[in-house]
Design a binder for this molecule. Structure first.
Ligand code: SIN
Length: 308
């Protein structure tokens, strides 16, 4: 089955890939992705210097999904600037995710990483796990100002990783800014920030940072993810490439994201739970669905969700 896709003129032989954050911090993890069936190698969001991240336990998986408060553990962008060229041998697109605790952080990372020419750059506007630092994507003016500055230094196509929005007014405001800036793709959604999972036996929280508050991912956030993919698909009249992330556990979930308008999908919680074999399994499952329905390619269904 043809599961290929194109985002900002970059060709992906399959549209399934890891989400920034999941098992993509070290060179070894990135090379493992290179050898896997993942359609791309997406790096962990990088900051100027090495970060240990938040204290452990900081990730917890449960039947409905996961909660994490990793705190952007990463090697720092100088290290990724050295690793990225070494990943070319795998012959698949490389997406560098950049983050920061201030606009200067983002700009420095953008300047260095653009010089090693990953295929795409994903700007993370949505990490909910840095104590005292709000998610930039919830501040439209701060997002606008940052993106306009980044646009001046980036020489590769770039997109934004957005937090979930819960009101059409917010989708419209954000889409307006992204249109004005002229981003090349959207990646929606990051985890649903600042959820709380309770262990009723132990009568306590399940992760240590931020008194147990963290980003919720996995199965339970799929409806929120689908709504965001769909809202942005409509606001951009189907012209904006969207990478759908959130709640993808089965081939059916991939299919639903594409129906809503995704051109590609990223896998977070299920990848952490299952390892790299998840890509092969999802490929097989979604191919079977498409074959059964008589489609020739996944993109044939992109955005075709019917309304009642
Ligand atoms: C983290 O490192 O805390 C997760 C990354 C993110 O949510 O963007």
């Amino acid at each position: 089955m043809n599961l290929s896709t194109t985002i900002a003129d970059v060709h992906f032989s399959t549209c399934l890939m890891n989400a920034a954050g999941a098992l993509c911090v070290t060179q070894e993890e990135l090379e493992t992705l290179g050898r896997s069936r993942s359609g791309a190698i997406v790096t962990k969001s990088m900051t100027p210097a090495f970060r240990q991240g938040n204290p452990e336990p900081r990730y917890y998986s449960f039947p409905g999904g996961s909660i994490n408060s990793m705190g952007l553990p990463n090697l720092g962008y100088p290290a990724y600037a050295e690793i990225i060229p070494k990943l070319r041998k795998f012959g698949k697109p490389i997406i560098a995710s950049i983050a920061g605790l201030s606009p200067v952080d983002f700009l420095e990372a953008a300047q260095t990483i653009t010089s090693v020419q990953p295929d795409l750059i994903e700007i993370n506007l949505s990490c909910p796990n840095i104590p005292g630092k709000p998610q930039i994507g919830y501040d439209v003016e701060a997002s606008r100002s940052l993106l306009l500055q980044l646009k001046d230094v980036l020489t590769v196509p770039f997109g934004v990783k957005l937090p979930p929005y819960f009101d059409p007014v917010h989708h419209e405001a954000v889409a307006g800014v992204l249109q004005e800036v002229g981003v090349d793709f959207l990646s929606v959604i990051n985890s649903v920030g600042n959820g709380l999972v309770v262990d009723p036996d132990k009568e306590r929280v399940v992760i240590k940072p931020k008194a147990g508050f963290g980003g919720i991912g996995g199965r339970m956030i799929k409806p929120v993810a689908l709504a965001n993919v769909r809202a942005f698909w409509k606001l951009f009249d189907g012209q904006m490439p969207i990478i759908g992330t959130g709640g993808i556990v089965s081939g059916t979930d991939v299919f639903e994201h594409v129906l809503c308008g995704a051109s590609a999908v990223q896998i977070g919680t299920a990848f952490v739970d299952e390892g790299v074999t998840v890509f092969q399994r999802l490929e097989k499952e979604v191919s079977e669905i498409l074959h059964r329905k008589g489609y020739e390619s996944l993109l044939q269904c992109r955005g075709t969700l019917q309304e009642l």
